[in-house]
Design a protein around this ligand. Structure first.
Ligand code: DOR
Length: 441
């Protein structure tokens, strides 16, 4: 009896834990059911993937989709549309919305808004605050919760736990890996006068290397005291990479496409569009972060997609908000680094699929394996494209990479067996669902 599947991805070059090679993949419902030579099997639909490369679905664990609240910048539908068009199959969304995601009702509201409206799967970070510590053990285990996120330095929105005692209380309550925006609020406050009106290059002078390093050192010390595991978001300095290499038993590390691609040299061209927290810095930091990728100190890539409108970004610095879009450009931007030889495709998969699953205990995602969710990012490694603002689906409508020619492009996004994006078009009604985590968490 020939095997029968709902659909088969036929003849693609598969990159997974088993290495790299041409394999067919058979899918039944939302699950991977067979991998190998399926030339004698039948299926309702066969997708010809010859010449294409199939990666496990890309998981972006840091995006800001702004809903509820400032939805003139983004909402869960537009943000996830951008994700799907860029080849991203699941996102973890940040809690600095309005209201803040700090309690059970706010989390449940986000999950309800997202179900069958987002184009990719999702989980939501819960903001850790001075006031919700006692609820954290319950909050971080609710359906749809990614874990707890803490801002130790203030950025967009009002979430802030700047003090050691507050961080210690939160890390005394977490069982899951908590994520941190690590910039020292006290130092940021002391140095505010260093901001030069109208000059965004003063942003990284104000929010300097010491502000980031000092905070990360405090954070690691507290994590050790509390025997907690932590995740340091968007590491932006050479010095933190050096420091965190000595603390891999407690701290995981996220790096971003913008810190790996852009540098302070780009302020002249991009102005406040480059303004980000933590800042994009001098080229030596970018070079050392790349070495952290090669050495394995960096665990995962996150886009920190943080949309603001062009009108908002046009305000003179420092009235201009910090943040740029990124979820749609993560895959092409990083595939271009693969094409240039700065990154292997295997390491890209490690940082965008296997890595997030390993760090956060994601169930059934992060690998192409039988019994796992049928999530795939299907890419054409040779395709040359120009990234354009007009391609950006984010409500913000712009990217710092406008005009950049890249080699490598996502041509298909498959989420739990549904062909969500193919050749630049959304092809399936939205059916996003909460990411599931291992039951022991
Ligand atoms: O630049 C940033 N923008 N960094 C953050 O941490 C927050 C983000 C936002 O929400 O705009």
């Amino acid at each position: 009896m020939p095997q029968t599947f709902d659909f088969i991805l036929a003849g693609g070059d598969l990159v997974n834990q088993d290495g790299r090679g041409v394999r067919d993949i058979g899918i039944v419902g939302d699950t991977i059911s067979a991998i190998g030579d399926l030339s004698r099997a039948s299926a309702a639909e066969i997708i010809d993937c010859r010449g294409l490369t199939i990666l496990p679905g890309v998981i972006d664990t840091q995006v800001h989709f702004r809903e509820p609240g400032p939805t003139h910048k983004e909402d869960l539908e537009t943000g996830s549309r951008a994700a799907a068009l860029g080849g991203v199959t699941a996102v973890f969304e940040m809690p600095n919305t309005n209201p803040l995601t700090t309690g059970e009702p706010e989390l449940a509201d986000k999950v309800a808004r997202a179900k069958n409206r987002m184009h990719c799967d999702f989980a939501f970070w819960v903001g850790g605050t001075h006031d919700n510590v006692k609820d954290i053990p319950d909050l971080e285990r609710l359906p749809g919760a990614a874990g707890v996120k803490v801002f130790m330095g203030s950025s967009t929105g009002s979430l802030l736990v700047e003090d050691d005692d507050g961080v210690a209380r939160i890390l005394g309550a977490t069982r899951r890996r908590a994520a941190f925006h690590s910039e020292d609020e006290y130092r940021l406050n002391e140095r505010k006068d260093l901001r030069v009106a109208g000059d965004p290059t003063s942003h990284h002078v104000w929010r300097d290397v010491t502000a980031a390093l000092q905070c990360t050192q405090r954070l690691v010390r507290i994590a050790r005291e509390k025997r907690a595991i932590i995740h340091v978001l968007h590491v932006s300095t050479a010095e933190e990479i050096e420091f965190l290499a000595g603390h891999k038993d407690v701290a995981s590390v996220e790096v971003t496409p913008h810190h790996l691609t852009l540098s302070s040299d780009d302020y002249a061209r991009l102005g406040t569009k480059l303004q980000m927290n933590p800042p994009v810095r001098e080229p030596r930091h970018r070079a050392r972060i790349w070495r952290g990728v090669a050495e394995g100190v960096a665990d995962i890539l996150g886009s920190d997609h943080a949309p603001h409108t062009l009108e908002e970004k046009a305000k003179p610095y420092p009235a201009s908000p910090s943040g740029m879009t990124g979820v749609q450009t993560l895959v092409p931007c990083m595939l271009d680094h693969v094409a240039a030889g700065r990154l292997t495709l295997e390491r890209f998969v490690d940082m965008t699929s296997a890595g997030p699953a390993r760090l956060f205990g994601i169930a059934r995602k992060g690998r192409v394996a039988v019994g796992y969710d049928a999530d795939f990012t299907i890419v054409d490694l040779k395709r040359r494209e120009t990234i354009r603002d007009s391609w950006i689906a984010s409500r913000a409508g712009w990217t710092p990479y406008d005009g950049k020619v890249v080699t490598g492009w996502a041509v298909g996004t498959i989420v739990r067996g549904a062909k969500v994006m193919w050749e630049g078009d959304l092809t399936t009604p939205s059916r996003g669902a909460p990411v599931r985590f291992h039951a022991s968490l």
